[in-house]
Design a protein around this ligand. Structure first.
Ligand SMILES: [Zn+2]
Length: 276
């Protein structure tokens, strides 16, 4: 299992390259490169960072811009969403990142099935353009979203992930908990999530899954904000790591708490202690 921060570590003084080095120095194994406010990274820079990450054995992933909406009402926004996905994929390709995580979209009062058709179409268009550019090694990762108004329930991302090749569900355990109004209580609840993933995507998927974790504050409308580990213990971290250790699940857990690398190291230490 690999653990790492969502973005450049707080303790790092520089940009993404320095961030990768800090992650390696701390003994972590992963880092998510945040393009949430746009893809502002040149090709040469991305290649250099990718080479350094490879040298230091740091597994990179990317987070695509927040404004992507794959089921937007306006055609212009759909076109822009395809472009943003492809731009992120281009950078990811040069970085050697395996997956780009993105927020699928908003229902805007429409049923799930209507949005699903649009999301699938937008993703297919992005994949087409990626293939035309020779990008066959970057997975489109649909994030599980934390609010009921957002397309991206566990079931929706699992279904789409099984239907479209080169795509995968990205479980954000905090979002899952908030969306379900506090649904994750213990190991059995995590087991149910992993069983659903396995049923749709196969056992191989559980050897290379990508996910996000933090504690979270929520209301009946869902997510409010991500919290440090040990604030509320919601959702609980220990049973997740225990299940992964016991079942031999393997993948990446990106830490999205405000403490980033500090909490990522806590997660890693706890996981290693449970694995013994
Ligand atoms: Zn996200």
């Amino acid at each position: 299992m690999l653990f790492g921060p969502a973005g450049i570590p707080i303790a790092s003084n520089g940009g993404t390259l320095e961030g990768v080095r800090t992650v390696a120095e701390l003994g972590l194994g992963a880092m998510e490169v945040e393009f949430v406010h746009g893809v502002h990274m040149g090709a040469a820079q991305a290649s250099a960072i990718g080479a350094e990450a490879k040298r230091l054995h740091i597994s990179l992933s990317c987070h695509a811009p927040y404004w992507i909406n794959c089921c937007a009402l306006e055609k212009t926004k759909l076109v822009r969403s395809v472009r943003n996905l492809v731009d992120t994929a281009k950078a990811a390709h040069l970085l050697g990142a395996r997956i780009i995580v993105f927020h699928p979209g908003f229902y805007m009062g429409r049923p799930s099935a209507v949005c699903k058709v649009l999301v699938r179409e937008t993703m297919s268009k992005a994949l087409e353009q990626m293939h035309a550019l020779g990008i066959n090694d970057v997975i489109l990762g649909m994030e599980l979203m934390g609010k009921g108004s957002q397309f991206g329930s566990l079931e929706e991302i699992i279904e789409l992930g099984a239907e479209l090749p080169q795509t995968a569900p990205v479980v954000d355990f905090a979002h899952c908990h908030a969306r379900g109004n506090g649904v994750i209580k213990g190991e059995a609840d995590y087991a149910m999530i992993f069983n659903k993933l396995e049923a749709a995507s196969g056992s191989k998927f559980l050897r290379s899954f990508h996910s996000h974790f933090s504690e979270i504050e929520y209301t009946d409308k869902g997510e409010r904000r991500h919290l440090e580990l040990g604030t509320t213990n919601e959702p609980p971290l220990q049973p997740l790591l225990k299940l992964c250790a016991e079942q031999g699940y393997d993948g990446t857990i990106i830490c999205e708490t405000p403490l980033l690398e500090q909490d990522a190291m806590k997660m890693q230490r706890l996981y290693l202690s449970l694995k013994k």
